[in-house]
Each structure stands twice: as C-alpha cells, then as structure tokens.
Design a protein around this ligand. Structure first.
Ligand code: CTP
Ligand code: MG
Length: 229
C-alpha cells in the first residue's frame, strides 16, 4: 500500500496580514511549514507532495526541502487560486498511490498518533477527517442574527486536517466537483466527498494542539505549544 501526503502551502495568508506568506514565517527558529512536513517525513507516509504558491517552488526546494532534509518530498507543484484548486493539483500529481492524506501546511502540530488514527480510519472507511468536539455551545441563526436552533454539542465537531481518503474516492470526488463546477461554500476535502459521492465521511480524534495558524494571535499560541512539546 502506498500512502501519499499532500501538504498545502499555496495560500496568501490574507488574515495574517504579514509581509511574507504565513507558511514561511519563523516559528521557534524554523519556517512554519517545516513542522508538518517533518512529522510526515518521520511517519509511515511514503511520499509527500508539497503544493506551493506559483513561483515559490525553487525557494521551497532550497530553503525548506533541501535545508531540512525532507527526502520524502518527491514533488513540489504550484497551487491555484482557491484551496480546492491547490488540492486538485496535488491530487493530479499523486500517481499510483492507495491512500492520500491532505494537510494544511498552516497546521504545524499534527503528531504521529493523529497520522496513525487517520490511516486506520481511512483503511476502514475510505473517507475521514480529524476533528475535536466543540468546547463552546454552537448556535445556528438566520441572516439577522436571530437564533434558530442550538445543535446538540455531542454531535458538533471542529474539523481539522489531516483528512484521509482512499485515492480512488477522493480523486473521483474532485473530478466530479470540477465537472459540475459548483464550488460554493467548499472549505475542506470531506465536503467535496459529501457533495459529490454517497460515501460517508467519518470523524476521528484530532488534537487540541493541532491548531491552524490563521491570524497573528495564533502564532503566540503556537510558540507556547512548541515550547511544551
Ligand atoms: N491554501 C492553498 N491554496 C490556496 C488557499 C489555501 O494551498 N489557494 C492552503 C494554505 O496555504 C493553508 C491551507 O490551505 O495551508 C488552509 O488555508 P487558510 O488557513 O485559509 O490559508 P490562506 O488561504 O493562506 O489564508 P487566508 O484565508 O487568511 O488568506
Ligand atoms: Mg484561505
């Protein structure tokens, strides 16, 4: 069985409002993107496909892959305008693999256990995503902010990456998405499967440390997490 990871680093990081894209910002002495790549490098994963911004390929080859000896990064491909465009480019570069693990490069702290849970769940069910149960009460409102309902918190999850799939399922789902051309509201890969196939998607346990760096205060939290790990 061949296990491939697609690590996404082609975003602009507009909510971070930084000069350099957030995935290349320094976190405890290393570029942010290195953290997730190193975890995949040290895992059972056979091959990593790094999706970067157009024109950033050479920088990544030299300053990230070369410098940190990330020998499992076999391909560096340019991403696209939206996250789903970047994922699709990664999927088309992932040849003859059996399982795919799609991960946001902006999440520096996936760990070996999460990857193992992803593998087990993907092998059993074909489509799954990391998630943690919400801590806060969640409410659904209408456009004016009027509360419509309060979902039972036992069934509400904050979704993370990695999201793991059998290759045939996720490739088929993305092919259909691009055939149909309706990209409205697509924010993750599980959603692409939910929308295009009848295959159910499972949630497995992510971790509270597996945060996504989105805005400047997330970097402060990441530094604390990094210190304690
Ligand atoms: N991503 C990508 N290609 C895009 C958009 C996003 O590869 N066209 C990647 C980002 O690099 C990140 C992950 O998808 O690792 C999650 O996206 P997000 O946190 O939204 O990052 P950005 O899109 O870069 O940030 P923002 O939405 O604030 O602009
Ligand atoms: Mg984004």
């Amino acid at each position: 069985m061949k296990h491939s990871a697609i690590v996404l680093a082609a975003g602009k990081g507009s909510r971070m409002r930084s000069e350099i894209p957030k995935q290349y910002m320094t976190l405890a002495g290393r570029p942010l993107i290195c953290y997730a790549l190193q975890t995949f490098q040290e895992s059972f994963i056979d091959e990593i496909i790094l999706v970067t911004g157009e024109g950033q390929e050479e920088y990544c080859r030299r300053e990230i892959v070369g410098k940190y000896n990330l020998s499992k990064v076999k391909k560096i491909v340019p991403g696209g305008k939206e996250r789903y465009d970047s994922v699709y480019r990664g999927l088309r570069a992932a040849e003859d693999c059996d399982y795919v693990y799609i991960h946001d490069g902006a999440r520096p702290f996936p760990d070996a256990d999460i990857l193992l849970r992803a593998r087990q769940c993907a092998e059993q069910y074909g489509a799954c995503t990391a998630g943690v149960p919400v801590k806060d009460t969640v409410k659904i409102t209408d456009e004016s902010g009027l509360v419509k309902s309060t979902p039972d918190r036992r069934y509400v999850w904050q979704i993370q990456t990695p999201q793991a799939f059998s290759f045939s399922i996720i490739k088929d789902a993305y092919d259909r998405l691009f055939e149909l051309g309706d990209f409205s509201g697509i924010t993750d890969d599980a959603m692409v499967v939910e929308r295009t196939l009848s295959c159910p998607v499972r949630v497995f346990a992510g971790s509270w440390r597996n945060i996504k760096i989105t805005s400047p205060e997330d970097l402060l939290i990441a530094e604390q997490i990094q210190k304690k790990s």
